[in-house]
Structures are given as structure tokens and as C-alpha cells.
Design a protein around this ligand. Structure first.
Ligand code: NAP
Ligand code: G4F
Length: 342
């Protein structure tokens, strides 16, 4: 029997990789997209199917996770086997600017889906897109499923609520509701204001004379970066388990933003020399400053270091990352260079 999946957040980075994976696995994929004044489906345009095609495998519905009515009625209409909640205001820095909206989307949005499942069909399996941001000011290194949370942003706090409400609906109502605790994952389709995409895109453009400078914030925080393609495989596996549970998904390797930047520059054969400290730190190519630090990109409170341990996922999901940071950066650079060639 063909399985039906419903993805909230299908137009995002992970939504596009996950829908491709599910279509390959012969699912009928339903996705929720927001009404917007300009097209917001560029990441799924190449799998989009005309609404008049018979037996369509990809079906989009207008909705918004802040709107209980649309959440309830889409779930009722589709009655899927699996729901993936990837919808979120996912930018940590922006969550300080719009904390109430972030909470409505990233915390209450999850409750709206869970409560609809409870009232419509308790057999629907549910995946919640949790984040390593929940570990925030880390209480142990590396972080596992048992590490206590200490979120450092409205985004992180909202995700902690979602984590616990997912667990609570699992324990209270026996709903198959699982949390992924995913560390940073990137790809050519990453949003342009996240640091990896900003660096890869910025350096490629500078190399080809399309941009003069790149402005960044804190270069010394450390992240555990994986590839979105690997991580959506883990997400799918989490819902194929016999029992609902929580899983850390990561690579176990940690790098600073500056290391990421220097690796990208080396691959592009751009020879950077660094001078100065703090807000005066700059990177030069032949005496020309190309990278500068701006206060604007620092956060009121920072997550200084993240690195996870994926032992449980390896054992229980038979999952491990295929990409490392090198192949991730290569993939991102190749995509950017092809765009510039066009
Ligand atoms: P993303 O590219 O920002 O995508 C977010 C998706 O959510 C987009 O489709 C967006 O729609 C949708 N969305 C936002 N607000 C919504 C609302 N009010 N109602 C309905 N949909 C809404 O994020 P991502 O990187 O794919 O991440 C997917 C999920 O994993 C998010 O929940 C994120 O917080 C979480 N996560 C991500 C990472 C990571 O490193 N990527 C790590 C841990 C957890 P539009 O396209 O219309 O904006
Ligand atoms: O790329 P970022 O914005 O990702 P961040 O804050 O780690 O959040 C991402 O990963 C989380 C998982 O841990 C997700 F839950 C979340 O949805 C999102 O996908 O920033 C990474 C680091 C930060 O320390 C930031 O301060 O890079 C630093 N940074 C330095 N300059 C910058 C910049 N970040 C951004 N976005 N832009 C800069 O110019």
C-alpha cells in the first residue's frame, strides 16, 4: 500500500530533501506551503507536479502552522500515515527580533499538530524537528539524548517546549511521536542568511568579481555541521522504528566558523591573510580587505560550542553520516559556481 506523508515546512531546505527521498520511496507526499506575495517554492520546483495531473504524487496545500484551523483541516483531509513537522522560524538571530512570532510558530505550532492528531487519528506517526540549539550553553561534551537543555535564544526555548510537548503526547496518549535533535546541517539549498551559505556564496561571488566584501559576526563559535541529505535519511528512519523515541543526529566533529571560512577559501584558491582582533579583525587578499566583522551579526547571547554523539542513532537506526565537512563544502561550492556560470 502506498504510504502518505504530510510535511509542514516542505518549501524549506529539509522539506525539499525529505520530499525527494519520500517520492523515491514511492510515498504520496503532501506538503503545506504558506501564502506569499512572491513564489516560495523554488526548492521544490523540480519535483512539482501540475495540479491537473492524474495520480499526482506531490500535492501542496495552503496553510500556516500558526493557524489551528488550517492545521486541523489539512490533517483531517489528508489523513496521512506520517507527519513531519519541519515548519519553523528557523533563524536563531531573527528569533531575538521576533520572539513572540517565533514562539507561536516553533512551540505552539507543534502543539497544534499534536492536538489535531489526537482528535483526528491517533495512529498517525509524528516527527518533531528538534535542534541542538536546545543544548545552548552546553552542560556536557559531546551532547547526547540525555544531556540537559540550556537554551540561549527564543528559538532554542521554543524548540525545548516542542521537544517536551512531543514527549508528553507520546507518554500521555500513546501517540507515535518522536523527536530528532539535529545538529546544524547545510547544503546547496541552505537559506542565504545562515553562516555557511553566506560564506560559500560570498567567497564565490568575490572570486568572480560579483561582490566586494563579506560582513560576518562571531567567527569563534564552534558547530557540528552535517549535510541535509544525510539528515533527512535519519529523519525518515526515526519514523520507521517500532517505537517512538528521541535521537541525536550529528557528525561528532566540531569546527569554528573561521575554520569553515578558511577551508572554503582554500578550496577556491583564495589566499587570505588575517589581521586585527575582535571587531577589527579582517581578512585580506593582496592588501584588499574582503572580510570584515560587524557587531550587527553578533547575538545577545551565543551558543559557543556544539558537538554531538550519534551512538544511539548508529545502533538503533543503523545511521551514520556519509558526508564530511570537505564533501559538504565541495557540494555547496559546486552549486554556487554553476549558478555563477549561468
Ligand atoms: P528552513 O529552510 O528555514 O525551512 C523552514 C520551513 O518552515 C519553510 O518551508 C518555511 O516556509 C516553513 N515555515 C516557517 N514558518 C511557517 C509557518 N508559520 N507556517 C507554516 N510553515 C512555516 O529550515 P530547515 O533548515 O529546512 O529546517 C527544518 C526544521 O528543522 C526547522 O524546524 C528547523 O528549526 C529545524 N532544524 C534545522 C536545523 C538545520 O541546521 N537546518 C538543525 C536543527 C533543527 P517558507 O518557505 O514559506 O518560509
Ligand atoms: O548559521 P547560523 O545562523 O546557525 P545557528 O545559529 O547555529 O542555527 C542553525 O542551526 C541550529 C542547530 O543547532 C538550527 F536549529 C537552526 O534552525 C539553524 O539552522 O550561525 C552559526 C554560527 C553562530 O554562532 C553565529 O553567531 O555562526 C555565527 N555567525 C557569524 N557570523 C553568523 C554570522 N551567523 C549568521 N547567520 N550570519 C553571520 O553573518
Amino acid at each position: 500500500m502506498t504510504k502518505k506523508a504530510l510535511i509542514f515546512g516542505i518549501t524549506g531546505q529539509d522539506g525539499s530533501y525529505l520530499s525527494r527521498l519520500l517520492l523515491k520511496k514511492n510515498y504520496e507526499v503532501h506538503g503545506v506551503k504558506r501564502r506569499s506575495s512572491s513564489f516560495n517554492t523554488s526548492r521544490i520546483d523540480n519535483i512539482y507536479q501540475d495540479p491537473f495531473v492524474k495520480k499526482k504524487k506531490l500535492i501542496l496545500h495552503y496553510g500556516d502552522i500558526t493557524d489551528s484551523n488550517s492545521v486541523f483541516s489539512i490533517i483531517k483531509k489528508v489523513n496521512p500515515n506520517e507527519i513531519y513537522n519541519l515548519a519553523a522560524q528557523s533563524h536563531v538571530a531573527v528569533s531575538f527580533e521576533i520572539p513572540e512570532y517565533t514562539t507561536n510558530t516553533d512551540a505552539l505550532g507543534t502543539l497544534r499538530i499534536l492536538d489535531s492528531i489526537l482528535r483526528i487519528n491517533k495512529k498517525i506517526k509524528f516527527y518533531q524537528a528538534g535542534s541542538s540549539e536546545m543544548f545552548g550553553k552546553v552542560m556536557e561534551v559531546p551532547q547526547t539524548e540525555n544531556t540537559p537543555f540550556y537554551p540561549r535564544s527564543p528559538y532554542g526555548v521554543a524548540k525545548v517546549y516542542s521537544h517536551w510537548i512531543t514527549k508528553n503526547y507520546r507518554e500521555s496518549y500513546k501517540i507515535f511521536a518522536s523527536n530528532g535533535i539535529l545538529f546544524n546541517h547545510e547544503s546547496p539549498l541552505r537559506g542565504e542568511t545562515f553562516v555557511t551559505k553566506k560564506i560559500v556564496q560570498g567567497l564565490c561571488r568575490i572570486k568572480f568579481g560579483k561582490q566586494k566584501k563579506l560582513f560576518l559576526g562571531n567567527l569563534y563559535s564552534k558547530r557540528d555541521w552535517g549535510h541535509a541529505e544525510d539528515y533527512v535519511m535519519a529523519i525518515w528512519k526515526i519514523l520507521q522504528q517500532k517505537n517512538a523515541d528521541d535521537f541525536v543526529i550529528c557528525t561528532g566533529k566540531q569546527f569554528t566558523i573561521k575554520q569553515f571560512l578558511n577551508m572554503t577559501a582554500r578550496k577556491l584558491k583564495m589566499s587570505l591573510s588575517w589581521k586585527g582582533k575582535g571587531l577589527n579583525e579582517k581578512a585580506f587578499i593582496k592588501n584588499k580587505p574582503i572580510i570584515e566583522i560587524k557587531k550587527k551579526y553578533f547575538r545577545p547571547s551565543e551558543v559557543d560550542k556544539l558537538v554531538g554523539n550519534y551512538r544511539k542513532a548508529k545502533k538503533r537506526l543503523n545511521w551514520k553520516p556519509k558526508h564530511d565537512l570537505n564533501s559538504l563544502i565541495d557540494d555547496m561550492i559546486n552549486y554556487e559556481l554553476k549558478l555563477l556560470e549561468k
